[in-house]
Design a protein around this ligand. Structure first.
Ligand code: NAP
Length: 273
């Protein structure tokens, strides 16, 4: 019988996860299908138990359900540390994972960037920064979090210190911070459509040994990445994190190697890029 997968969220109409996963199932000839379901916060528990009872293979969770899911599913240590679940697997009980940070890790490794022992400057301290910071700290990176609202950077760094010592600061000494970093990850909304002309850093502040990863994916080549190229730095575009977070969920559910190129193509078609 066909296995059903899905994404729960509210709103959900904009989600490109069905395109990404259905392209992968189709490529591999798997008898599976993936749909988007509008689920509001107070129905999450019923929806998860209902999906499990109906034999769903697994689900992704998006806004506003990721934090609340921690109270319902058996979350793995990284999802617990991040404080959010975006992937639920129904094979044994109801296991929760967070593949957002894994997506970023895979996007870096895909470009041959070493994480263990690297000095990573994360700009931003919101939801995405949190997922990436905990994942990369767990993988042995030395993390500095720099954020416009300094207090949020301090708080995140303090929490990260449970995994590995980390620093938190504001944005005023960005140049010095970049000089002593191997990897810069932009986790702010700066440079995102419609504010395409904005950047968190300029070429004069960067160096050629730096890897600059902008997780903003609309546009793909952000102002920050243009500046990074001018400085001779290695650049990584944001859609790869999105593709790999889906690919890791696919791997958790099916135990099958995900067709990442097909998933990326489906995403770019969906984004109309
Ligand atoms: P969020 O929780 O709302 O966090 C936004 C962050 O941006 C905060 O740290 C905020 O600083 C900072 N910020 C906003 N405007 C700024 C400005 N003008 N100058 C400096 N900092 C500013 O958002 P999020 O969910 O983490 O998402 C952040 C970005 O990542 C979005 O562009 C989103 O599309 C992208 N994203 C990409 C992926 C992917 O798979 N590629 C996944 C998730 C998110 P304050 O704390 O000072 O407000």
């Amino acid at each position: 019988m066909r296995t059903i997968y899905g994404v729960f969220g509210d709103p959900i109409a904009h989600s490109l996860s069905p395109e990404i996963h259905n392209a992968a199932f189709s490529k591999l000839g798997m008898d599976c299908t993936y749909h988007a379901f509008r689920v509001c916060k107070d129905k999450l528990k019923e929806a998860l138990y209902g999906a499990k009872a109906m034999g769903f293979g697994g689900v992704n969770l998006t806004v506003p359900l990721k934090q609340q899911a921690l109270e319902i599913v058996d979350a793995d240590p990284i999802a617990k540390a991040i404080g959010a679940v975006n992937t639920v697997d129904f094979k044994e009980g109801m296991k929760g994972y967070n593949t957002d940070g894994l997506g970023a890790k895979c996007a870096l490794e895909d470009k041959g960037v070493r994480i263990n022992g690297s000095r990573v400057l994360i700009i931003g301290a919101g939801g995405a920064a949190r997922a990436i910071a905990f994942q990369l700290a767990t993988d042995g990176a030395d993390i500095t979090v720099a954020n416009r609202t300094e207090q949020k950077a301090f708080s995140l760094a303090l929490e990260l210190s449970r995994v590995r010592p980390a620093k938190g600061c504001g944005l005023k000494d960005l140049e010095e911070l970049i000089v002593s970093s191997d990897i810069l990850v932009n986790c702010t909304t700066m440079g995102m459509y419609p504010d395409k002309g904005k950047t968190t850093a300029f070429s004069e502040q960067m160096h050629s040994d730096l890897t600059v990863f902008d997780i903003v994916y609309n546009p793909l080549e952000t102002m920050l990445l243009k500046e990074a190229k001018k400085a001779g730095a290695k650049t990584i575009t944001g859609e790869m994190m999105l593709v790999y977070q889906g690919a890791e969920a696919f791997r958790i559910w099916t135990g099958t190697k995900p067709p990442v190129d097909i998933m990326r193509k489906a995403l770019l078609e969906g984004l109309n890029i």
